[in-house]
Design a protein around this ligand. Structure first.
Ligand code: PGA
Ligand code: ZN
Length: 438
């Protein structure tokens, strides 16, 4: 083997804990010239059936069976053996090697957590080697795609699996559509988060934090949560629909039991058609400009109907697409949605994630780079959103360091004067008109 400074000289991993105190994988990669990269993988709670598989030990005497010792060992042994001497600057080749070494269709043998941690750590080490900030290095992997600072969609109220199922719908989020810079967007969001806390505290609701740092008042009906969103915007001195709009993540796969949508808190049991029209009605009444997972992950037909019934609204597939190029292509062919949530650990490699994004863009679909409900201090996705010019980012609320680490990384990146804040243009052609409440 010829000497090359960008070749991989060391691969290491360890078990660390995520924001829910659950074990996760942290990997480290060092190159011949000493360039170093470290990365940690996140983990979901409302996990899609078609996601790449994270490997857990299932040894109930440790961490409730959630240990990742086997995944860590896989990085230290098989993965390290395979990658030593490979060129970190060839991310595609690294990811191909990881996928073929795993050999399964969903990375279940080595674990998507083992594979992704390595894939991202290689990318970081390569960025260091090439003397580039991570977002610029990621951009060099994106075939001419322009970089931009993303429009954030930010969790204010939480339900579902992130908040003890206190509300049926999982996330009520705010999108600062009127912001003209990223830092202004963050300040506007912060104001809304403070107003929401005050309004709830004044009415005697708990203001304790849910898994993503959102508030969880446990409202029975979605309209109560949506009313509170609008009131929080107004109390923050913002015009609903103009300065600040609403996004919801229904996480409907979590509600789907024996072929019906069970909205326990509402007391509803819906068919797919009824579920679609319930959400459509919410969109009509409130300044909602983005809806994620309104329907279950394999309910393609009702996805199509729903998307057609809310023109101009961003319809995002999370569990539906699982950042998987094949499923995104299926969705594009049947017009199931018009946006894709991008979660690196649903896919399992960086290159696979970039391919998924490119497939979405080619069809005019928007992309929202997203954190998971179980996060770490790793800020990789902030750089990913900028480097890919994804358009939007979803990190959770503006509380808790695992979220703020990423919001703060975007503040650092914002100092690069050559970058534009994409603002509402990040919503692509999903520009809902006339979003005032009625
Ligand atoms: P998860 O939730 O990380 O628990 O899957 C995030 C989401 O549904 O968008
Ligand atoms: Zn989701």
């Amino acid at each position: 083997m010829t000497y090359k400074a960008s070749r991989i000289a060391r691969v290491h991993a360890r078990q660390i804990l995520d924001s829910r105190g659950r074990p996760t994988v942290e990997a480290e990669v060092e190159l011949v010239d000493g360039s170093f990269g470290r990365s940690c993988v996140p983990s979901g709670a409302s996990t899609g059936r078609h996601e790449a598989i994270e490997l857990r030990d299932h040894n109930t005497s440790q961490y409730d069976g959630l240990g990742v010792g086997q995944a860590v060992n896989n990085v230290r042994s098989e993965i390290a053996d395979r990658l030593l001497g490979e060129d970190a600057l060839d991310q595609r080749q690294i990811d191909r090697l990881l996928i073929s070494l795993d050999g399964s269709a969903n990375l279940s043998r080595l674990g998507a957590n083992a594979v992704l941690a390595t894939s991202m750590a290689v990318c970081r080490a390569a960025a260091v080697h090439s003397h580039n900030p991570l977002y610029r290095y990621i951009n060099s992997l994106c075939r001419g795609r322009p970089m931009s600072l993303p429009l954030p969609m930010v969790n204010i109220l939480s339900g579902g699996a992130h908040a003890g199922r206190g509300m049926d719908l999982q996330d009520f989020l705010a999108i600062p559509v009127g912001a003209s810079s990223y830092s202004e967007a963050l300040e506007m969001i912060s104001r809304v988060r403070v107003s929401a806390t005050r309004l709830l505290a004044d009415r005697g609701y708990s203001v304790l934090l849910a898994d993503e740092g959102g508030l969880s008042p446990g409202f029975k009906h979605a309209h109560e949560a949506l009313d509170l969103m609008v009131q929080s915007f107004e109390a923050a001195g913002l015009v609903p629909g103009q300065d600040m709009a609403i996004a919801i993540d229904v996480a409907a796969s979590e509600l789907f039991v024996n072929g019906r949508y069970e909205l326990v808190r509402h007391g509803f049991q819906f068919s797919g058609e009824e579920m679609a029209s319930f959400i459509t009605e919410c969109v009509r009444r409130y300044p909602i400009i983005s809806v994620e997972d309104a329907l279950e992950q394999d309910d393609w037909l009702n996805w199509q109907t729903f998307t057609a019934s809310v023109p101009g609204v961003q319809v995002i597939g999370d569990d539906l697409f699982v950042t998987n190029q094949k499923r995104i292509t299926m969705g594009i062919e049947c017009s199931a949605a018009n946006g894709v949530l991008i979660k690196v650990n649903q896919n399992g490699t960086l290159s696979g994630t970039l391919d998924a994004m490119e497939t979405a863009w080619r069809a005019g679909y928007t992309t929202v780079v997203s954190a998971r409900s179980g996060e770490t201090e790793d800020t990789f996705i902030a750089d990913l959103a900028v480097g890919t010019g994804a358009g939007q980012i979803k990190i959770g609320s503006v509380r808790s360091s695992e979220r703020l680490a990423k919001y703060n990384q975007l503040l650092r990146i914002e100092e690069d004067q050559s970058l534009e804040f994409i603002g509402a243009a990040g919503l692509g052609r999903n520009t809902r008109q006339n979003v005032a409440c009625n």
